[in-house]
Write a protein that binds this ligand. Structure first.
Ligand code: NDP
Length: 297
């Protein structure tokens, strides 16, 4: 097995890295807030790297998982930057849900140094990361994917080569735009039915065996909205970012996509209203405020 470094021990990065730490990969970890990396290293027997360069030095595969592609790009340069540590022949696997344009720029910078790049966003949420069953959508060279596949299989169950660099980012963004649409439209539908005298639980019972069902209706609304639990697993700010990427890709590809554009606008408004730490399902609270109705069990 190759040696691996992991940078970005956030909500989803930390459980992914935990699976890697359990394998003989000589795992090195770096995190912007150093105390999180120190605690992770102590708990899971990894090496705590003090800089991105230090993490990447000697690693065959360097995995990054930050909020946006711009965060990866901002860590490339300088004496402590990734480009200082990455050796020729190594591969940067970016598990950020990123944007194709920035991934393409990063890949070009790395290629000049004989370093490979794959955009590898993941889906399956924190639960999938903890179980090691994430879906990984990959953009970039197929042969490079085969080289790093054993490492990806440590935390991923389904690994799909989607196309050239940026294709993984694009698929992830569109998937999450569909999640956003389902959240929004299901909230509107349930509020409408509640006002019309149908309990949301009864409505979901029907919808979830009918053609209007989705992951939002089958899991998120029963477990998080009807219970009013709203656990924080995936920030609304990140979903807003994803929908924005999908809308941007549609514009770049000259695809008329009014629903994607509208969803992007709407989620940006919800993010402004609810703040950077709100969970993505809390967008329902924003919709409830507009309607003056709370979806109750
Ligand atoms: P979090 O906000 O929980 O964690 C972000 C991580 O990135 C933290 O380690 C943070 O460090 C670090 N970070 C943030 N900004 C910078 C920066 N400018 N420079 C260096 N490090 C930085 O995010 P998630 O883990 O939830 O998400 C990470 C990526 O995975 C996102 O692209 C997201 O869209 C995607 N994703 C998330 C899922 C989820 O369920 N959470 C599901 C699928 C994909 P620090 O500790 O210092 O704050």
């Amino acid at each position: 097995m190759p040696t691996v470094a992991f940078l970005g021990l956030g909500a989803i990065g930390a459980p992914m890295a935990r699976h890697l730490a359990a394998q003989p990969l000589g795992l090195r970890v770096w995190n912007r807030t150093s105390s999180r990396a120190a605690a992770f290293a102590a708990a899971h027997g990894a090496v705590h790297a003090m800089t991105p360069a230090d993490a990447a030095r000697g690693a065959d595969v360097v995995i990054t998982c930050f909020p946006v592609s711009g965060d990866v790009e901002s860590l490339l340069d300088g004496p402590d930057g990734l480009l200082t540590g990455l050796g020729a022949g190594s591969v940067l696997v970016d598990c950020t849900s990123g944007d194709p344009a920035t991934s393409t720029r990063i890949a070009a910078r790395l290629a000049a140094q004989q370093v490979g790049f794959l955009d590898c966003p993941v889906s399956g949420g924190v639960v999938g990361a903890e179980a090691g069953t994430l879906t990984i959508m990959v953009g970039g060279d197929a042969a490079l994917l085969e080289r790093v596949r054993p490492v990806l299989e440590v935390f991923g169950k389904k690994i799909v080569h989607c196309g050239a660099i940026g294709a993984g980012d694009a698929v992830k963004a569109v998937n999450n735009a569909l999640l956003a649409l389902h959240l929004w439209s299901t909230a509107e539908g349930l509020m409408t039915l509640q006002r019309a005298g149908v309990a949301p639980a009864v409505a979901l019972d029907v919808i979830n065996t009918s053609s209007g069902r989705s992951n939002a209706s089958m899991n998120l609304f029963p477990e998080r909205v009807l219970t009013r639990a709203f656990p924080r697993t995936f920030r609304l700010a990140l979903l807003d970012k994803d929908v924005g990427i999908a809308a941007q890709v549609a514009r770049e590809q000259r695809v008329p996509a009014p629903l994607l554009q509208l969803t992007a606008e709407f989620f940006t408004a919800a993010r402004s209203a609810l703040g950077e730490e709100a969970d993505h399902v809390e967008v329902v609270r924003f919709i409830e405020q507009l309607a003056g109705t709370e979806i109750s069990a």
